[in-house]
Design a protein around this ligand. Structure first.
Ligand SMILES: Cc1cc2nc3c(=O)[nH]c(=O)nc-3n(C[C@H](O)[C@H](O)[C@H](O)COP(=O)(O)OP(=O)(O)OC[C@H]3O[C@@H](n4cnc5c(N)ncnc54)[C@H](O)[C@@H]3O)c2cc1C
Length: 433
């Protein structure tokens, strides 16, 4: 039997180094990265990326033959918990979304030529990518409704469709586009993925959609969510990523580990908000005592600690299931952490913000930004409701109606059965009365 909650001392050393590196080198950049712009940020990141590479921590999500570390999900999860503390830390480690997920798909399904042209430069940080699946006019939570079409024309494919929320689409060099290739196939086999260079004629990046996270109009910034029109976009046959009809399978394979990484990153964010909440409680005084002495604040601290611990253990457990039994076995665990982790993230930040009063609501602290970021976690990579549905459906498969619809635990029925079974014992007892 093995059941361990410990981290190898060697890997713990790497984690300690990462935590120090993020604190010392990345958090200072965090306050000016928007001022730097995409090119300035790239320049600032270059020496940090070199240092990460020299420690053997670059692109840790990929297998060693692709320049990664082949770490497995538990180690990756622990790493993402540290990197999640800052929105720009993953950039220094070659595993920022969506490039990390896209590189995974390319590694999984790409031909050697596609790997050479797209994956290696992506890993080297020379190219940027986006994943273009969600459409404004169909429900993203039910991708079998996708309308974007790719039609074969001789040796080429022609893509027509309207997408939005393609993260980093406006700065990407190429887009991985999900399009229906066979509308008459079974729903899960209708769509395929294509690699589309952004400068292909017919690709029109309409705008970066302003969101709660970036409420101002902007175009071409890192982290923007692009609306894109694909009009008669002609790409050669070798742009197909994986096999025809494999789009959903590949998307699922991309999303499973990605959700574990998200959840661990959220814990990094939640921990930072939690630290702010605790610090504030130690010096802010109101109505005759420190906030730390108010029972409500104590409850928030205790509840947050318990919820973060629960989310962390659940997430590491999902990672363990994925490492030891494969992605299919981890479907329920991953769905559980996706909605539970998103709620913990939101609630901890919300309490931390409340404890800071107007300072928490102001942009003088990162809490309001964290709060806006946290709200999206309940939507992307599948809304809460869909993950709850997955969990409940799978759980319900283990249940069925009881005989004659009498509940299994119905006490009078059980008592009756027990009386029959133990009739001798009951007779002896009543004879002794
Ligand atoms: C910050 C951010 C980044 C994103 N990045 C990308 C990206 O890079 N690429 C990309 O392709 N997409 C991206 N998305 C899009 C995201 O994946 C979709 O928004 C998501 O899948 C939900 O789809 P939808 O917005 O169309 O909502 P809909 O599918 O219309 O769902 C709306 C609501 O309906 C309810 N609902 C849906 N299904 C059920 C159900 N079964 N039971 C009960 N209620 C239900 C839920 O409350 C849900 O929130 C991103 C989104 C955000 C917010």
């Amino acid at each position: 039997m093995s059941w361990s909650f410990s981290t190898d001392p060697e890997f713990q050393e790497q984690l300690d180094w990462m935590a120090e590196f993020v604190r010392g080198e990345i958090l200072p950049l965090e306050t000016i990265w928007r001022e730097l712009g995409p090119n300035g940020l790239r320049e600032a990141m270059a020496p940090l990326q070199r240092e990460v590479k020299s420690r053997g921590l670059w692109a840790a999500h990929l297998p060693p033959h692709l320049g990664g570390q082949g770490m497995g999900q538990i180690r990756l999860g622990l790493m993402h918990e540290i990197l999640g503390t800052s929105p720009i830390a993953p950039l220094a480690f070659g595993n920022a979304a969506p490039d990390s997920g896209n590189s995974e798909i390319l590694a999984m399904a790409g031909t050697p030529e596609q790997a050479e042209r797209w994956l290696h430069p992506l890993l080297a940080g020379d190219l940027r990518s986006a994943f273009s699946m969600t459409e404004p006019d169909t429900a993203g939570s039910d991708p079998t409704q996708l309308r974007t079409r790719a039609v074969r024309d001789g040796e080429d494919w022609i893509i027509d469709g309207h997408k939005w929320f393609s993260s980093n689409g406006s700065i990407a060099d190429f887009l991985i586009v999900m399009a229906v290739t066979d509308p008459d196939a079974r729903p899960s086999q209708r769509a395929s993925m294509f690699i589309v260079p952004r400068d292909t004629p017919g690709v029109e990046i309409v705008r970066d959609v302003p969101t709660m996270e970036h409420p101002w109009e902007q175009f071409g910034a890192y982290g923007g969510h692009a609306e894109i029109l694909y009009e008669g976009v002609r790409v050669p046959a070798d742009s197909l990523l994986g096999k025809e009809g494999e789009g959903f399978v590949l998307a699922q394979q991309r999303l499973g580990p990605g959700r574990i990484h998200h959840c661990m990153r959220w814990l990094g964010v939640a921990r930072r908000a939690f630290d702010m909440m605790c610090e504030r409680a130690t010096y802010r005084s109101a109505h005759g005592s420190l906030l730390a002495e108010k029972q409500t604040v104590q409850n928030w601290i205790a509840d947050s600690a318990a919820e973060m611990q629960a989310a962390r253990l659940m997430t590491l457990h999902a990672a363990w299931v994925m490492d030891t039994q494969g992605a299919r076995a981890a479907i329920v665990d991953v769905a559980l952490i996706k909605f539970y982790g998103a709620r913990v993230l939101h609630d901890v930040i919300d309490r931390a913000l409340q404890v800071h009063g107007s300072l928490g609501y102001s942009s003088d602290l990162p809490l309001e930004q964290m709060y806006r970021f946290a709200r999206a976690a309940r939507i992307y990579d599948g809304p809460d409701e869909v993950h709850r549905q997955t969990v409940a459906r799978r759980i319900l498969q283990g249940y069925g109606p009881p005989a004659d619809e009498v509940p299994t635990e119905h006490l009078p029925t059980r008592r009756e059965e027990a009386r029959e079974r133990f009739v001798d014992l009951l007779d002896v007892l009543s004879a002794n009365d």
